[in-house]
Design a protein around this ligand. Structure first.
Ligand SMILES: *[C@@H]1O[C@H](CO)[C@@H](O)[C@H](O)[C@H]1NC(C)=O
Ligand SMILES: *[C@@H]1O[C@H](CO)[C@@H](O)[C@H](O)[C@H]1NC(C)=O
Ligand SMILES: *[C@@H]1O[C@H](CO)[C@@H](O)[C@H](O)[C@H]1NC(C)=O
Ligand SMILES: *[C@@H]1O[C@H](CO)[C@@H](O)[C@H](O)[C@H]1NC(C)=O
Ligand SMILES: *[C@@H]1O[C@H](CO)[C@@H](O)[C@H](O)[C@H]1NC(C)=O
Ligand SMILES: *[C@@H]1O[C@H](CO)[C@@H](O)[C@H](O)[C@H]1NC(C)=O
Ligand SMILES: *[C@@H]1O[C@H](CO)[C@@H](O)[C@H](O)[C@H]1NC(C)=O
Ligand SMILES: *[C@@H]1O[C@H](CO)[C@@H](O)[C@H](O)[C@H]1NC(C)=O
Length: 575
């Protein structure tokens, strides 16, 4: 009797130990409550023995409880998400000089690979001269004196660039590695645990003596000890359920947010805008707390998707038009990617409410630099102005030509050109944009869109022609002339009334062969000012057919400008 009791006690404690030994050692783990769950093929250093994982899948927890992937001795990446079913891992590089890491990193000896579709977007060039074109993104941490290194998108843009003093460093990087968010996805092929995971089973290393590690698929939970130790088991199960429930309810909100962020990141990487409800938008903007600006078409608020991801949210005012059309259009626009175009990352079409969500750029719009007196001391050099003009032109050209469908912006103006810390321009605000096929020569529109002072004549009256991509060319021309004049084109406050309309004034001066005397300090500047003016005047030709395409504009801006012919007088609408 006594013996059998002892035996039972002994047995149950043995079972207890064995359950925990079996489950504990390689049990799923995390570095933080919200951190990704860690299980085979990954293993967590200092928490699990290495046979819990597959070679090359070592993770560790940082001091801040972030999950880190050890790709090599020196290369550690932060892990945001692990998708066991698709065998993908979303990582983030904490180092400022991300590229150095990739250069020293030899991925061929690691189980991870960049996802193919992300792979060809940036090339690095080691140049022996300084490049000021906006396509050349400096990479200071790789540059040595006299040999600056630049990253260039390997899109069609390269054909425009003068790379004669540059050597290509043969590497192509996912574009995300240069983005401020700096998140990218890698996948692994071996070990193949996909099918195990989708069946809800557990994958683990097969115990074998051979060198090459093999994996096997086992049932999710070990049932046998559960049946024997059923009493014990159910107590622990209950305790577990209670703890889990508590954890769950207190973390539910957090988790929901986390899921939204993950969804956003997935979409972001797939170049697909996320859709948000109005409630989400309210949350993202923290109840519309931080207003960034207001335009004729809506108010822009600053928003936060997570600690690292900031966005600009534009709530469209009085948006007329059909929800489905809106969604189709923003989804298309979300797929575009260009250095000179701000990315659209999400949208909201909730009832009658419409919002568009863009990447947030902390720096100011071109408007501030051209018009505001507080920024005048910051005055942009003519060289810079030229680069900005060229960047904007390339951005618009990309919108017009670079995608399957033509994207017409219809609200090009200094306010909508954002400048980053290197004064690289990015076109923002597609609130009014319209898609049309490239063959289409006319766009039907029910109401005039745009901002006075930049609106093309045909937008106001069809007598002058059809609305088309040439309408953006007009707005660009007006923008160019404002950059030249350093003032609004229409300014009734100037003393001399003949100068009130700047484009006409400057046309008359140029037409009479006069030199330009506007804010010119250096010799070469006259030259740039003249070129920008002539291109601007070509763009604001009254009739759309007389205006150049953006492609031609880019070529004109890139050229020397000496041979540019004087355009006809844009201020007559009789022909
Ligand atoms: C990391 O997690 C441990 C416990 O899991 C906690 O005590 C510690 O405060 C966390 N550290 C940070 C920086 O969050
Ligand atoms: C990367 O490693 C593989 C084998 O491990 C080797 O063949 C290859 O040359 C290495 N590449 C570089 C750039 O070091
Ligand atoms: C760029 O080229 C120079 C001269 O050949 C060299 O010293 C430098 O290390 C190169 N930079 C990189 C990042 O390869
Ligand atoms: C390209 O740049 C080099 C040196 O930076 C210069 O000598 C050459 O004339 C340029 N070529 C063109 C077509 O601008
Ligand atoms: C601009 O610079 C001048 C001198 O260079 C200075 O006196 C003036 O206060 C500055 N203005 C602003 C708004 O910074
Ligand atoms: C904006 O650009 C200026 C000029 O380069 C820079 O000094 C400033 O720090 C930038 N502001 C932000 C918020 O990045
Ligand atoms: C405007 O478009 C219509 C058809 O969409 C076309 O018939 C007409 O010729 C166009 N007008 C001009 C001036 O291009
Ligand atoms: C106004 O401008 C015209 C032409 O540019 C010039 O002839 C005239 O002298 C100017 N008047 C004043 C008061 O500056």
């Amino acid at each position: 009797m006594c013996n059998s009791l002892k035996m039972a006690l002994c047995l149950s404690s043995f079972l207890f130990v064995s359950i925990f030994a079996e489950v504990d050692e390689c049990k799923e783990s995390r570095c933080a409550v919200q951190g990704p769950s860690i299980r085979f093929p990954f293993w967590l250093k200092d928490h699990q023995p290495d046979h819990c994982g597959y070679p090359g899948f070592k993770l560790s927890c940082s001091e801040k409880n972030q999950t880190m992937l050890h790709l090599s001795h020196s290369v550690k990446l932060l892990v945001r998400k692990i998708d066991y079913k698709s065998q993908e891992i979303l990582v983030h590089d904490q180092d400022d000089c991300r590229l150095t890491q990739f250069l020293i990193l030899n991925l061929s000896s690691s189980p991870f690979h960049f996802l193919q579709e992300n792979q060809v977007d940036y090339s690095l060039f080691n140049c022996s001269s300084t490049k000021t074109d906006s396509e050349f993104q400096p990479v200071p941490c790789l540059s040595v004196p006299a040999y600056p290194v630049y990253a260039v998108t390997s899109w069609a843009l390269i054909r425009y660039l003068n790379l004669s003093s540059c050597l290509k460093i043969h590497i192509s990087l996912p574009y995300q590695t240069l983005e401020p968010e700096n998140l990218f996805t890698m996948n692994w092929v071996k070990p193949m645990c996909k099918s195990c995971e989708t069946e809800g089973k557990k994958c683990r290393l097969k115990k074998s003596s051979s060198e090459e590690p093999h994996t096997e698929c086992i049932k999710g939970a070990s049932k046998t000890p559960m049946v024997t130790g059923v009493t014990l088991g159910s107590i622990f199960l209950m305790l577990g359920v209670i703890t889990l429930y508590h954890k769950y309810s207190s973390n539910k909100l957090e988790r929901e947010n986390q899921m939204k962020i993950e969804k956003f990141l997935e979409d972001y990487i797939a170049l697909k805008p996320s859709r948000y409800s109005y409630v989400d938008v309210k949350k993202i903007t923290n109840q519309f707390k931080d207003k960034l600006g207001e335009g004729g078409y809506g108010i822009v608020y600053k928003g936060t998707l997570s600690n690292e991801v900031f966005v600009a949210v534009k709530i469209l005012k009085n948006f007329k038009g059909n929800g489905e059309e809106f969604i189709n259009e923003v989804e298309t626009m979300g797929t575009i990617h260009h250095v000179n175009v701000v990315r659209l990352v999400g949208f909201c079409a909730d009832g009658f409410r419409r919002a568009v969500i863009y990447e947030y750029l902390p720096n100011e719009s071109l408007e501030k630099f051209i018009f505001s007196t507080t920024f005048k001391n910051y005055s942009l050099s003519w060289e810079k102005l030229q680069n900005i003009a060229l960047g904007v032109a390339k951005g618009i050209e990309y919108l017009h030509q670079g995608c399957d469908q033509r994207i017409l912006h219809f609200d090009i103006k200094p306010h909508n050109i954002l400048l980053d810390h290197n004064f690289n321009p990015k076109i923002s605000d597609f609130g009014l944009a319209k898609l049309c096929s490239k063959e289409q020569s006319a766009v039907s529109m029910t109401a005039a869109r745009g901002t006075m002072g930049y609106i093309a004549p045909e937008m106001l009256s069809r007598n002058f022609g059809n609305v088309s991509y040439k309408s953006d060319v007009y707005s660009f021309g007006m923008l160019l002339l404002e950059m030249v004049g350093g003032r609004k084109n229409i300014d009734v406050t100037v003393e001399n009334s003949s100068q009130a309309y700047f484009p006409e004034w400057i046309y008359n001066h140029l037409d009479q062969g006069e030199e330009l005397h506007i804010r010119i300090e250096e010799e070469g500047d006259t030259h740039i000012a003249r070129k920008l003016t002539i291109v601007g005047l070509w763009c604001i030709q009254w009739y759309p057919v007389d205006r150049p395409s953006m492609k031609l504009v880019v070529q004109m801006l890139e050229g020397e400008g000496e041979s540019l012919p004087m355009p006809p007088n844009p201020f007559t609408c009789t022909r």
